[in-house]
Design a binder for this molecule. Structure first.
Ligand SMILES: [Fe+2]
Ligand SMILES: [Fe+2]
Length: 228
């Protein structure tokens, strides 16, 4: 694919070097990123838009990680792989989740759009044992979020929502405008709440766990603000 970030000191390519102009990745990491991009290209070959999105989320997550002072490597890897199980059909997704006993507390068919992250996080550690576990947690949480999102989880969640191929709704445009202007926690919150509004405005089913996560984070944020 030729998309892999290269060892370069060309500052025009934001994804190739950090602010200092140093190369971001060593040769092993570059080889791994190249392998992941090749693998996902083959795995999602019948879904070109999904593939384009996956590669873009990898690059967007890498860029966000750099903006917020995080290691770009796990962000890039998680972004590339996050929609691995979008290769499955809707029926396959539901039946595999049932086979594996995935318990969301509601009929699994109602939360089908959330399942691909959970299923991928179960499969990918066997395929890529060389990747750090936090990569798989971020993949798992890119659909559901969690009360205790790590910075990497937040980066991948946000990148999924704002990568440049996504048509700009008001919410996406706002989240894009906040990158680097607000904290990563605030950027994630904007993206997460925007996702809930999207579900409500579309009269879609809202997973009850999402309400619990919303309330958990909202309570934490209000306590944090009171202590400031
Ligand atoms: Fe996804
Ligand atoms: Fe995605």
């Amino acid at each position: 694919m030729g998309r892999v970030t290269r060892l370069s000191h060309d500052k025009r390519n934001v994804s190739s070097t950090g602010a200092s102009g140093r190369a971001l990745y060593d040769n092993l990491q570059l080889a791994e990123i190249s392998k992941l991009e090749r693998d996902v290209s083959a795995h999602l070959s019948s879904k070109p838009h999904r593939l384009e999105h996956s590669l873009a989320v990898g690059e967007c997550a890498e860029s966000l990680a750099l903006t917020y002072g995080l290691d770009p490597y796990p962000a890039r890897c998680a972004g590339i792989l996050h929609d691995w199980d979008k290769a499955l059909t809707a029926d396959e997704t539901i039946s595999i989740a049932r086979e594996r006993g995935v318990d969301m507390g509601v009929d699994i068919a109602l939360v089908r759009p959330l399942l691909h992250g959970i299923l991928a996080a179960q499969e990918l550690p066997t395929l890529y044992p060389e990747l750090p576990p936090e990569v798989f947690q971020a993949i798992c949480r890119h659909t559901t979020a969690a009360v205790d999102m790590s910075p990497l989880d937040e980066v991948v969640f946000v990148a999924d929502g704002i990568e440049p191929n996504r048509p700009a709704s008001d919410g996406i445009a706002k989240a894009r405008s906040l990158v680097g202007e607000v904290s990563l926690d605030d950027l994630f919150w904007e993206s997460f709440v925007g996702g809930i509004i999207y579900v409500l405005q579309g009269s879609r089913y809202l997973y009850p766990g999402t309400i619990d996560i919303y309330n958990g984070i909202a309570a934490h944020r209000s306590t944090h603000k009171e202590n400031e």
